[in-house]
Design a protein around this ligand. Structure first.
Ligand SMILES: [Zn+2]
Length: 76
């Protein structure tokens, strides 16, 4: 089962949860229990290790900038 990263829109807590694809929308903050969460993308990890960003077509880069230049991403 894949692990997805989320950021809570209520308390700003960043966390990872193992969810199936269909369960993603049911993710809830592990800290405050809010379901007001947005999904983060680990793509910035990949970008950090490669010089080529041309393959980034899914908005992963903007997802990173939204979290404060990767600082909010787990593992970045
Ligand atoms: Zn929260």
């Amino acid at each position: 089962m894949p692990t997805y990263d989320f950021r809570c829109l209520t308390c700003n807590h960043v966390f990872s949860q193992k969810l199936s694809f269909s369960e993603r929308k049911n993710a809830a903050c592990e800290k405050c229990g809010s379901k007001e969460v947005e999904q983060l993308f680990r793509r910035c990890n990949v970008l950090g290790g490669t010089s080529s960003v041309s393959g980034d077509i899914t908005g992963g880069k903007s997802a990173c900038s939204r979290t404060g230049g990767c600082s909010g991403c787990a593992g970045c």
